[in-house]
Design a protein around this ligand. Structure first.
Ligand code: FUB
Length: 454
């Protein structure tokens, strides 16, 4: 067996072990890489962003519903930088809902809102007495003193509401509103106790009347109410929006926020929130489950408004949001841009998609660009690259910034499968840099991640 421990010393191995222990986070899309997640509602409390998603699972054999959504519980995730997500664990399980069918695996898209120091978690679930098949959903409330629980479930669901996908807002005057869906979108006032309707439910006749609609998410900006929702205008869902001067309409339809999933995922479900001065769209796709679109994964991309208040269409990216630390694994396969089709992002292991992706360079001179890497004040001394150059006898690796300043450049020998190679860093990158990886080779080269070392 060929050995190729290039530039590799014992202290490098120890250093690598140390960094692997710390390198648990991903700033890229999808946001969560150790479980399926869907229907993300993002909310900001005390400087942290919390995401309340559904939790798609493959149910135990003989349980749940085949070829359908299966969700037994909810987790909540939070972050203060959009790149490191803390999983706070299970905040509610189907077994904890007194009025729910505890074997229905139907804990669908939730929402959470704070009022007077209490956190109200709204969730759909199938009622105990619901007949087999679709429908039979009510909306329940669980209450906590903290955004991450523990939550206590209110003993009964909200009376007068039949449907899924709750969304709650509190208006400037303190009036709360509940929106939900059942093929169409509905809305009503909520009493101050946040547990009961204070008005008759209404539908929105001014919204598209043809094609399934669900997942309403209403937010306020500059005096306007934005009603945003997934809508099957063609064959699968896309995200659309309408605006109004009042929470319950009339709304004026404005356009599309995000087109249909490029890989054909039937649902999309989203939320829109401002965090540290920037608006973000949280949504989902099924890239960790390419053959079954009911096992989804949450994503985030930046969202911008035009001067007239209209929303610029969001293109889904691999790169996602946030500043990736130079000193943790930078998954270049979640690139911002690539130079040509001779470099692709492919699964590391098709049988276990949670392992993520790698870059495969099939031709010489291909580059990928990865934006927003944070170096801090001190420049790194070394670069680790997890690379497989076994099929190339001449390989050269260059990392430069977007202005063309070389940060690290080295020839490497053919490796023995994937190896972590240490390269000297010549440039002095500090602050935030957009990085470009250029590979020259005479054969196929695979790259999994890079990481700088101080
Ligand atoms: O996650 C189950 C359902 O799929 C949600 O409630 C819908 O919005 C759609 O995303």
């Amino acid at each position: 067996m060929r050995t190729a421990f290039l530039n590799y010393k014992i202290h490098d191995i120890l250093k690598l072990f140390f960094f692997l222990m710390l390198s648990f986070s991903y700033g890229q899309n999808p946001l969560i890489m150790d479980q399926f997640t869907a229907d993300p509602t993002a909310r900001v409390f005390n400087g942290r962003i919390y995401v309340y998603p559904s939790h798609d699972i493959i149910p135990p054999k003989g349980e749940g519903r085949a070829e359908w959504f299966n969700m037994a519980d909810y987790h909540v995730f939070s972050s203060d930088n959009l790149t490191q997500w803390k999983d706070h664990g299970v905040i509610l399980d189907q077994k904890d809902v007194p009025w729910g069918d505890s074997d229905a695996y139907s804990m669908w898209a939730p929402d959470l809102i704070e009022r007077n120091g209490k956190y109200y978690f709204y969730f759909p679930n199938r009622r105990k007495e619901a007949a087999d098949g679709e429908g039979g959903f009510s909306i329940g409330v669980a209450i906590s003193d903290k955004p991450d629980g523990p939550f206590t479930v209110h003993p009964s669901p909200i009376e007068g509401v039949e449907g899924i996908d709750p969304n709650v807002i509190i208006d400037k005057d303190g009036q709360a509103y509940l929106f939900w869906s059942q093929s169409k979108i509905y809305g009503a006032k909520l009493k101050d106790n946040m547990l009961e309707l204070a008005s008759e439910p209404k539908t929105f006749v001014e919204l598209p009347q043809k094609g399934h609609m669900e997942g309403p998410f209403v937010f306020q900006r500059d005096g306007l109410y934005y009603m945003t929702y997934p809508h099957v205008a063609n064959k699968i869902e896309r995200l659309e929006y309408a605006v109004s001067d009042t929470p319950l309409g009339l709304y004026t339809h404005k356009g599309v926020i995000m087109d249909e999933s490029p890989n054909g995922t039937w649902t999309n479900h989203h939320s829109i929130t401002k965090y540290k001065g920037q608006w973000y769209l949280f949504y989902h796709d099924s890239e960790l489950s390419p053959n079954f679109d009911k096992n989804r994964s949450i994503r985030a991309d930046s969202l911008s408004f035009n001067e007239d208040g209209t929303i610029q269409k969001v293109l889904p990216t691999l790169r996602g949001v946030g500043i990736s630390s130079a000193y943790k694994h930078i998954q270049l396969d979640r690139y911002s841009r690539k130079s040509s089709d001779s470099v692709e992002s492919v699964y590391l292991d098709k049988e276990d998609t949670f392992k993520g992706w790698m870059l495969v360079f099939t031709d010489t001179d291909a580059t990928v660009r990865y934006n927003a890497v944070g170096f801090g004040d001190t420049a790194p001394k070394e670069l680790l690259i997890n690379i497989n150059s076994a099929l190339s006898s001449k390989t050269s690796v260059e990392i430069r910034d977007a202005q063309g300043n070389v940060i690290a450049k080295s020839k490497i020998k053919a490796t023995d499968g994937f190896e972590v190679i240490t390269l000297p860093v010549g440039g002095k990158p500090t602050g935030i840099k957009d990085l470009v990886l250029a590979i020259e080779s005479d054969g196929v080269v695979q790259v999994d991640w890079i990481q700088f070392v101080k």
